[in-house]
Design a binder for this molecule. Sequence first.
Ligand SMILES: [Zn+2]
Length: 281
Amino acid sequence: MTKVDEMKTVEKHTFGEVTGYELGFSPVGRPLMTVFCYVVGDILIDTGQSHMQETVLDIANIYSVSSVLLTHHHEDHSGNSAVLKQARKIPVFAHPATIEKMSGPYRVFPYQRWIWGPNTPVALDPFPDGFFEHGDLKFKAVHTPGHSRDHTSYLELNHGWLFSGDLYLGDRIKYFRADEKIADQIVSLKKILTYDFDALFCGHRPRPMKGKRCLAAKLRFLEDFYGRVSELADQGLDDRAIMGRLELKEQWLVRMMCFGNVSMRNMVRSAMAARRMERGD
Ligand SMILES: [Zn+2]
C-alpha cells in the first residue's frame, strides 16, 4: 500500500502593508481548506491551525510580533495562541467570550482535531477599552456574532482595513456549522457595514479592494435566503421539503467529512429557527 503523507502548504500574499500567510494542512493529500493569518507591522491577526505551529512561530519571529488579535476561538484561527503567548510572552487580545471559551478544554469533533490539530487552553488578554493603538495603527474591536457567539472583527481605522475572521467567507455560502446563527450574522453584517473600510481581510478569502461591497453582497444573499426559507416554513414545509423546493443542494462531501456538523441543511434550519423566533412561536 502506498503511504500518503500529510501535507503542509504556505503561501505568502502581499497586500501593500498587510501580508497574508495562507496556511494549509492535510492529514492525507492536498489540503482542501486553507486559512489566513495576517501580519501588519508587528501585529499578527489570527494564529492559524496548530498543525502549522512551526510555520506560525517562524512568522512571529521574522516580524518580531508583539501582539496578536484573535477573531474567534475556532481551531483554524486560534490554534497557535497558547504557543505564541508562551514562546514570545506577548498579549493575545480577544473578546470576553473567546477568553472564556479558551480558558479551559472544550469539546471538538474528531474531524476538527484531525484537520486543524488539538486545541490547547490558554489565558487570553482582554482587548483594551476603546482602541488598540500601535505606531500608526489604530484598531477597534467590533463584536460580530453569528458564525460563532464570540466572533469579533477588527477594524483598522487609519487605513480602512477590516480583519473579518469568518464573517465573510464568500458572497454566497453553501453550508453552516450546526451552531451558526443566520439572524445574528445578518445583524452583524448590518452593524459592520455602518463603518468605513475598503479592504476586507477575510480568514479564508481576502478581498483587498472593494471589500465592503462583498460584505454587502453577502448580507443580500443571507437576507434573501432567510426570506425564501421563511416563506416556505410559514406554509408548513419542513427542512427537507424546503431544500427540495428551493433546489438547494446538500454539500455531501463536506457534510460527510464533518460528520454532519457542517451542511446546507444547517443553514435552512438556522433560517427556520430565526423565523420561529421572529413569529414568537
Ligand atoms: Zn470559524
